[in-house]
Design a protein around this ligand. Structure first.
Ligand code: BV8
Length: 242
């Protein structure tokens, strides 16, 4: 795809670039997006119905095993060319911040230095009662219990109906409000309050680029909407900096 000259020029002049990423960023690594229907044991559940504290308390075994199976699947995939392009961007731009909705840890595994995890990280586990991260638990219990208080352990992710981590959200607001270029990559933009963040960049006059095979509700707010997979388009965008 021909990358618009204006995009290249704005990137070349940028001092701070933010990449706001969603599940589509990891699609080419083989990680299902939330729009994909569930498979296997969970095929008759919607993700939105499993990713809630209510679902966990009602069915702790099913919800724990859903995350355990996702964690297992993620451990077998690799960051894709899109993740690696954002890592390479760090060597070309003074500051690159990745603000991600994803919990798959792939940006960090790819080598990204500044990653703001809005919705937590599936690799981390915390106590449901104390909310503190726990780094060891019995693999024989499903779900395992907290070694400190005996409460149930849960994935350290933000469920629907739960508040986002205040510090991370503030970091994301500051980054989106102060960046020169915002890349909105692989997100359907339907989950709030994360989906409100790109508007901060629009309002502050940043140059906003959407990368997605489909148009989304956000597309009309972007300066340019590039329709295609991020694993293909992000390396092409980087080429205009070389
Ligand atoms: C909150 C972690 C305050 C877990 C996630 C009623 C009660 C309570 C809250 C609400 C309510 N009604 C609405 C809300 C707010 C709710 C919300 O927004 N709901 C939506 C469904 C309407 N939000 C919340 O609950 C948030 N908290 O509001 O707290 C509060 C508190 C109490 C009471 C009231 C309010 C918490 C939201 C966080 C939920 N946790 N993840 C887990 O992962 O298991 S959200 C999860 O879904 C993801 O993290 C992500 O954010 C979202 C999925 O969105 P996307 O990433 O965009 O992925 P999606 O599949 O949708 O789209 C993929 C895109 O990629 C597509 O556009 C596709 O075209 C594109 N694509 C495909 N292939 C590629 C590609 N792009 C590029 N390249 C490719 N190759």
């Amino acid at each position: 795809m021909d990358i618009p000259v204006n995009l290249c020029n704005r990137l070349k002049a940028a001092r701070h670039v933010v990449a706001f990423t969603g599940a589509g960023m990891s699609a080419e690594s083989g990680v299902p997006t939330f729009r994909d229907s569930q498979t296997g044991l969970w095929s008759n559940f919607r993700a939105e119905d499993l990713a809630t504290p209510h679902a966990f308390l009602k069915n702790p075994v099913i919800v724990w095993q859903w995350y355990a199976s996702r964690r297992e699947a993620i451990s077998k995939v690799q960051p894709n060319r899109g993740h690696l392009a954002l890592v390479q961007l760090q060597t070309m731009i003074e500051k690159v911040t990745v603000v991600t909705q994803n919990i798959d840890n792939l940006h960090k595994r790819a080598g990204q230095e500044i990653v703001v995890e809005l919705h937590g990280n599936i690799e981390r586990v915390k106590c449901f009662e104390e909310n503190r991260v726990v780094d060891r638990f019995s693999p024989d219990e499903v779900p395992p219990t907290c070694p400190f208080c005996g409460g149930l352990l849960r994935p350290d992710v933000v469920w629907f109906g739960e508040l986002l981590p205040a510090e991370e959200f503030k970091r994301a607001e500051d980054a989106c409000g102060q960046c020169d270029v915002l890349l909105v990559i692989g997100t359907s933009g339907v989950v709030y309050p994360a989906a409100a963040l790109p508007q901060l960049a629009v309002q502050s006059g940043a140059y906003v680029v959407e990368v997605n095979p489909e148009r989304t509700p956000f597309s009309r707010h972007a300066d340019v909407s590039l329709q295609g997979p991020s694993g293909k388009l992000l390396p092409e965008i980087l080429e205009c900096l070389m």
